[in-house]
Design a protein around this ligand. Structure first.
Ligand SMILES: NC(=O)c1ccc[n+]([C@@H]2O[C@H](COP(=O)([O-])OP(=O)(O)OC[C@H]3O[C@@H](n4cnc5c(N)ncnc54)[C@H](O)[C@@H]3O)[C@@H](O)[C@H]2O)c1
Length: 431
């Protein structure tokens, strides 16, 4: 096996979030609180999980962060863009995810995180009216401004490396078209203001062209297009996405493999959610919901392989709904009704009622993704990081490969990639 060399994680790691809303501020505040030792980063693999090394009888289960050369939380410097001028403290207050008693632990640090002006186009997020936005004649010009923002931030904060993570609103569904299919067409599209190039495309191009890893937390196409794969290859940059896998879809990718391994059949799966935060408001728009729906629907078919198991999964009715219901704020409630069948086709039902907290589930994913993509970059890995599929509803993958949705298969892949990076033997089951 060829030895992997990882560059040392020295200096500051700038983390720029596109969008400073509920998820981003919960991620920022939680990281700042955890590194002061005033809270536990629950849900974070990089901070809490162990990893078996060597044979079982060697009994070696070190913490991942003790054996994998990850950047330290201490070295993270936060910044970002938003279409509103609120600093991260005000935005966190508005999001109403964390209590004042928690926000106050890191108030000064959050107040100091002032958003840079955003690239915004209301065509792509119909429900929001941005007031803190850049202007430029062409999309290319806006992209150049984002690059300047990144350079300035890096210099001002004396950062060694930068990561960009999309925590912005879900954009309207845009099917892949010619402009996304090659780098040349994409660049021409930026210069000619092509209508299919969304703000997320502009941020992504700016970052990836500078060799800066880009993580896509929403279901927008963004870096999941041939033009961006080409650019990532050219600049040796890791990219990953799409759409954080947090609540209902995480449950689906645990339950569906259970049905399949036991050869239990499925007639239908009805999923509905009520959600009252700004994300819920944005997803109330049919265009933005369509992007989310595509992302949520794909998992069951992929796991159950109806083409191989016609009598079990040949006719599954799968429906997903998201309803905006302001009283619940960030505390989403997701119901699943699953109609399954057993021996001789006898019907059964499972009901799941997950009273979750959206941003509380998403924040640790942001931290892990930032640290892992930074690791990937220092390890010389580039292009689509499918080993990070664990974190996404619609994991990006090479065109010739098939996405893996099963949470535990994804987990094995994640850990084995870490083992390879530190030149250890891989293990083909969960430890
Ligand atoms: N929380 C979860 O469990 C979860 C799971 C999967 C995906 N997501 C996705 O993560 C994203 C963030 O979710 P959230 O709950 O923080 O939403 P939010 O509405 O609280 O925050 C999004 C922020 O992005 C800003 N924004 C919109 N367009 C922008 C642009 N072009 N440039 C810069 N800023 C822009 C908005 O002003 C807002 O402050 C959403 O796309 C959501 O669908 C969240």
């Amino acid at each position: 096996m060829e030895k992997v060399h990882v560059k040392e994680a020295k200096g500051k790691l700038g983390v720029l979030t596109v969008g400073i809303g509920a998820v981003a501020t919960t991620f920022m505040a939680g990281t700042l609180i955890a590194r002061k030792g005033m809270g536990v980063p629950v849900g974070s693999i990089t901070q809490l999980a162990t990893m078996r090394l060597g044979k079982r009888e060697e009994n070696r289960f070190p913490k991942i962060k003790d054996v994998v050369p990850l950047a330290d939380m201490e070295d993270i410097v936060f910044g970002g863009w938003d279409i509103f001028e609120d600093d991260a403290y005000e935005a966190a207050k508005h999001a109403e995810v964390l209590k004042d008693e928690d926000l106050n632990k890191v108030k000064d640090e959050l107040v100091a995180i002032k958003p840079m002006k955003a690239v915004f186009d209301q065509q792509f997020v119909k429900r929001l009216h941005g007031t803190w936005v850049k202007s430029g004649k062409t999309k290319w010009e806006l992209m150049e401004q984002v690059k300047e923002d990144i350079e300035d931030f890096k210099k001002k904060n004396n950062c060694d490396r930068i990561i960009v993570i999309w925590c912005g609103s879900t954009e309207v569904f845009t099917p892949m078209s010619e402009v996304h299919k090659s780098l040349a067409a994409f660049e021409k599209g930026l210069r000619e203001n092509h209508k299919d190039l969304a703000p997320s495309n502009i941020y992504a191009y700016a970052a990836v062209s500078m060799g800066i890893p880009y993580i896509n937390g929403a279901p927008n196409l963004t870096v999941d297009i041939p033009a961006m794969w080409e650019l990532a290859a050219k600049t040796s940059t890791p990219i990953c996405g799409k759409d954080f896998k947090t609540g209902q879809t995480m449950l689906k990718t645990v339950l569906a493999p259970m049905f399949k391994t036991r050869m239990l059949g499925l007639n239908g799966w009805f999923s509905t959610n009520i959600l009252g935060n700004r994300d819920g408001e944005v997803l109330d728009d049919p265009g933005s919901f369509k992007t989310k729906e595509e992302s949520k629907l794909s998992v069951i078919g992929n796991i159950l392989q109806p083409e191989l198991y016609k009598e079990l999964y040949g006719e599954v009715y799968h429906k997903v709904r998201i309803n905006y219901y302001p009283p619940r704020k960030d505390n989403k409630e997701g119901w699943d009704n699953i109609d399954l069948f057993g021996w001789l086709g006898y019907p059964m039902q499972i009901k799941v009622d997950f009273l979750c907290r959206d941003s509380i589930l998403a924040a640790p994913l942001c931290l892990d993704l930032v640290l892992f993509t930074d690791l990937a970059k220092r390890a010389g890995m580039s292009g689509i990081q499918d080993w990070l599929s664990f974190y996404f509803k619609s994991p990006m993958h090479e065109p010739a490969k098939i996405a893996e949705h099963d949470l535990f298969i994804q987990y094995v892949k994640l850990k084995n990639t870490l083992r390879k990076i530190i030149n250890e033997e891989t293990v083909d089951f969960i430890d």
